[in-house]
Design a protein around this ligand. Structure first.
Ligand code: NAD
Ligand code: MG
Length: 414
């Protein structure tokens, strides 16, 4: 069976890993499904996208930021043969790309955009009955209720988690849960707990008094994973685990008290499930996103990922610790926001996107990430939003408002 794959965020870390997995499976003729790389989209990275289009020759390609359309078109024309250029359709701008996602052309959409920007395309993919391989955790954090609704309204739509922890948990659950993601009943299949692991990032053992001095360069050095800049900073503050905690609540339809988060510095156990009889199933493997990507893209079959086996003999032991909330206050903040409702997870996510960008631009200090995340949440809590069911337009409005509030706080207080 041929499946046409559309990659959103193809130039990023998850996007390029997805292309590596697909290229490897094609080169080795080892495709459970016959995948064709049919669409590659990014935000504004013109040169990288041109390179990818030259290599993979998708039918469709383009950039969300329409202002790059003409330079992209020119560079593509100069790079491809005349015939190749004629065969390629360039689609730019969010509205046009969403129309394309909704068309019948594609079967599988890979959601590898970073941040809030990924929500709209995730919803479009599900609302048009696609199989969505979702790495963009922010979609679930800011609009979990909308994703759930889209899945309920569109029985053909499927969601398979790519985030390594959620992919691990998914692998440890029975098929009836996998088939009913976001609306599943964990108790019915005897699950008593989800075990969410966290590496602890680069500052797991750093003296708390030295946190004031942390530079972007230090925070960008993750001990185990090579990832995009935003998620790498989030991993160091454990905001990433906070977002993943919410992601797990949404995907597995479970209460926060059913999730146990554990620091596991080696990142070998990628997460798991405890059943009523106290059996614990976990998924272990190399620290490489190509493994969960290969799983998601071939699900329910298995296929090669291009990654080497994990050599168990080289492991110097696996350790597990409680999370220290004093070290990682952002983690606690995310759980509190989730308990308040999606309006507040959206506000926190927006604030965090602003603070992380400001930290990377050296506009604020490392500890200010938490400070301004918290202040933004508090300031907007005081606005007393009614707890209504907010649609996409309203969520977008709240996201925009939270960004302004956070930016203003940064400008006045730092
Ligand atoms: P990245 O920064 O490396 O790449 C982001 C991609 O999104 C790029 O292709 C970029 O062009 C595109 N993009 C950025 N802003 C956009 C916008 N406004 N509209 C449309 N496209 C836009 O990020 P990444 O590390 O690949 O992460 C992507 C997503 O996957 C994130 O949500 C992240 O949390 C999640 N994730 C990543 C990893 C990892 O190992 N990198 C692991 C688990 C989950
Ligand atoms: Mg993860």
């Amino acid at each position: 069976m041929q499946r046409k794959v559309l990659i959103l965020g193809s130039t990023g870390s998850i996007g390029t890993s997805t292309l590596k997995v697909l290229a490897y499976q094609q080169a080795n003729n080892l495709q459970a499904y016959n995948h064709s790389i049919s669409g590659l989209f990014a935000n504004s990275s013109v040169d990288k996208l041109v390179e990818q289009v030259k290599e993979f020759k998708p039918k469709y390609c383009g950039l969300f930021d329409q202002s790059y359309e003409s330079v992209f078109t020119e560079k593509l024309k100069a790079t491809l043969s005349e015939q190749e250029f004629t065969n390629t359709c360039i689609i730019c701008g969010s509205e046009n790309i969403n129309k394309l996602i909704a068309s019948n052309y594609f079967d599988v959409v890979v959601g590898a955009i970073v941040g809030f920007a990924g929500l709209e395309t995730s919803l479009t993919a599900l609302n048009s009955g696609k199989t969505l391989l979702l790495a963009n955790k922010e979609s679930l954090v800011v609009g979990g209720h909308l994703i759930k609704q889209a899945l309920l309204n569109n029985p053909k739509a499927k969601l398979i988690p790519v985030d390594s922890e959620h992919n691990a948990i998914f692998q440890c659950l029975p098929k009836e849960i996998q088939d009913n993601i976001c609306a599943c009943d964990l108790e019915q299949v005897g699950v008593s707990k989800l075990i969410l692991t966290a590496s602890g990032g680069p500052f797991l053992h750093l003296d708390l008094k030295d946190f004031t001095q942390i530079s972007p360069e230090q925070a960008l050095k993750h001990p185990n994973w090579a990832m995009g800049a935003k998620i790498t900073i989030d991993s160091s503050t454990l905001m990433n685990k906070g977002l993943e905690f919410i992601e797990a609540c949404v995907l597995f339809n479970c209460d926060p008290d059913k999730i146990k988060t554990i620091i596991h510095p080696q990142s070998i156990v990628h997460s798991g499930v405890e059943y009523l009889d106290k059996s614990i199933l976990v998924q272990m493997g190399p620290t490489d996103m190509k493994v969960p990507i290969a799983y998601a893209i071939n699900y329910p079959e298995r296929n090669v990922s291009s990654v080497e086996s994990l050599n168990l003999f080289t492991l110097q032991g696996l350790t597990f610790f409680e999370v220290d909330f004093e070290r990682y206050p952002n983690f606690q903040l995310a759980i509190e926001a989730y308990k308040l409702g999606f309006t507040y997870t959206c506000i926190l996510n927006a604030a965090n996107e602003v603070t992380v960008a400001a930290f990377l631009n050296k506009q604020i200090k490392y500890l200010d990430i938490y400070k301004f995340n918290k202040l933004t949440l508090e300031k907007m809590l005081a606005m007393n939003f009614e707890q209504a069911y907010f649609d996409f337009a309203k969520i977008k409005e709240i996201d925009a408002q939270a960004r302004i509030v956070c930016q203003n706080l940064i400008e006045t207080l730092s």
